[in-house]
Design a protein around this ligand. Structure first.
Ligand SMILES: [Mg+2]
Length: 136
């Protein structure tokens, strides 16, 4: 599968069941020069991942079809090389699943409503990390 091969790219895959969140992130991240693909389900996300390489998958944690933890585990199982970041609408809560995930696997978490600077920083860090072993 070609998408499991790492290649230089500016593409972000955003996965969230809330259309407002997808719309906001598409407009905001494209204004920063990134290429953004938005999908409302993890099933659609795997289709996109099978077609193209994305340096970052930014995923909601609470989705009807699959929780974010299961989703990122499957991405890793399938050996997609994308960086990962998680987002949630629940705000910071030390008992939240997202905080537990962060403590165990160290993916960045973004809390809604978004702090734009934090979103921009997380994306840039992911781009740097993805590309550090590629010729740029
Ligand atoms: Mg959700």
């Amino acid at each position: 599968m070609s998408s499991s091969i790492k290649e230089k790219n500016k593409r972000i895959l955003v996965v969230d069941d809330e259309v407002d969140v997808l719309d906001f992130l598409k407009i905001y991240l494209e204004s920063l020069g990134w290429e953004v693909c938005t999908v409302p389900t993890t099933e659609a996300a795997f289709k996109e991942l099978g077609n193209r390489a994305f340096f970052l998958v930014l995923t909601d944690i609470a989705m009807p079809d699959m929780d974010g933890y299961e989703f990122i585990s499957k991405i890793k199982d399938k050996k997609f090389p994308s960086e990962m970041a998680l987002m949630t609408g629940f705000g910071y809560n030390p008992k939240h699943t997202l905080v537990k995930i962060y403590k165990t696997i160290r993916y960045p978490c973004l809390f809604k409503p978004f702090n734009r600077a934090k979103v921009a920083e997380a994306v840039q860090n992911a781009w740097n990390s993805y590309h550090k072993d590629l010729d740029t």
